[in-house]
Design a binder for this molecule. Structure first.
Ligand code: WAQ
Ligand code: MG
Ligand code: MG
Ligand code: MG
Length: 259
């Protein structure tokens, strides 16, 4: 037990549990050794209880021991921030990046619409992400209320320290950036063509487009004040095995070893 590694996952909702129709408030993912377990659980509780989207009525914190042999070790996508003055420029930049990754205009526009009005039916936020066919813009995630929740990813302690050293002088050493980079890295590693993301937090306006080709590209002002936010993963529907792809996103434990 003392040498074991654990996946710790938190999700919090308002009104009721997620599966009973509660509104998603907050979620987080960590992979930690035994001696950090208690502290991690405490931090997650604090995160859930202090979220700008509201106070949760339901919090689920799940702890699972991982088999060391299951863990995949990968490098983080390279991170950069583009210079952007306003929302219109941000949209243009996102469209150009996605187009260069082979995403068709119909799919790009549909994804932007979903980020604007909220991806769940009726324009709510989802706990997970939309999976979208890059050719047609068709949604492929089995549950359009929940989306697909990427799970079981984190940094090794050494990679986390190294990343903080890199981000600190840029003023970016924030859990939000670190977590989004880990998620985006895992999502691309799992076979995603490109991802677009806007936070669901009302005041956080920097989003990103990530891809194997361009890495993790931060786009200031991508989220307009009126955007609900969300994530869209673009795939080639004809080339992937959807079930296997989703199971990799949800289940395959990934640790980032270097930046
Ligand atoms: N798996 C799939 N989708 C998720 C996950 C996950 N683990 N976590 C969040 N989402 C979806 C969900 O629909 C959220 O509403 C949406 O993404 C946004 O989540 O470099 O803060 O946690 O400055 O609000 C990106 C820019 C910030 C960071 C992203 O996302 C930077 C952010 P949030
Ligand atoms: Mg969240
Ligand atoms: Mg988050
Ligand atoms: Mg959020």
């Amino acid at each position: 037990m003392k040498n074991a590694v654990y996946s710790v996952r938190m999700r919090a909702a308002e009104g009721a549990a997620h599966e009973k129709g509660g509104r998603h408030i907050s979620g987080a993912e960590k992979i930690v050794p035994f001696d950090q377990l208690a502290q991690t659980i405490q931090e997650m509780l604090h995160r859930a209880m202090n979220h700008p989207l509201g106070e949760p009525d339901f919090i689920n914190i799940k702890v699972e021991r991982l088999e060391p042999g299951q863990i995949r070790y990968i490098a983080a996508l390279p991170l950069q921030t583009v210079k952007i003055k306003n929302h219109e420029q941000a949209l243009l930049c996102a469209r150009q990046l996605l187009t260069a990754c082979g995403i068709q205009p119909t799919a790009i526009e549909r994804a932007l619409e979903l980020l604007a009005r909220g991806p769940a039916p009726g324009g709510q936020n989802m706990r997970g992400a939309v999976i979208m066919d890059a050719a047609s813009g068709r949604r492929l995630e089995p549950d359009p209320w929940r989306g697909v929740r990427v799970s079981r990813m984190d940094y090794t302690p050494r990679a986390a320290a190294e990343l903080s050293r890199l981000l600190e002088p840029l003023g970016l050493d924030h859990f939000r950036v670190r977590e989004a980079l880990a998620l985006a890295t895992k999502v691309i590693y799992a076979g995603t063509l490109a991802e677009i993301c806007c936070s669901d937090d009302p005041h956080y306006t920097t989003g990103y487009v990530s891809s194997q080709r361009f890495g993790y590209v931060r786009i200031p002002h991508l989220k307009h004040a009126s955007f609900k936010g969300g994530r869209v993963f673009f795939v080639r529907a004809r080339e992937i095995n959807l079930e296997r792809y989703i199971s990799r996103l949800q289940e395959e434990p990934v640790l980032i070893v270097q930046n």
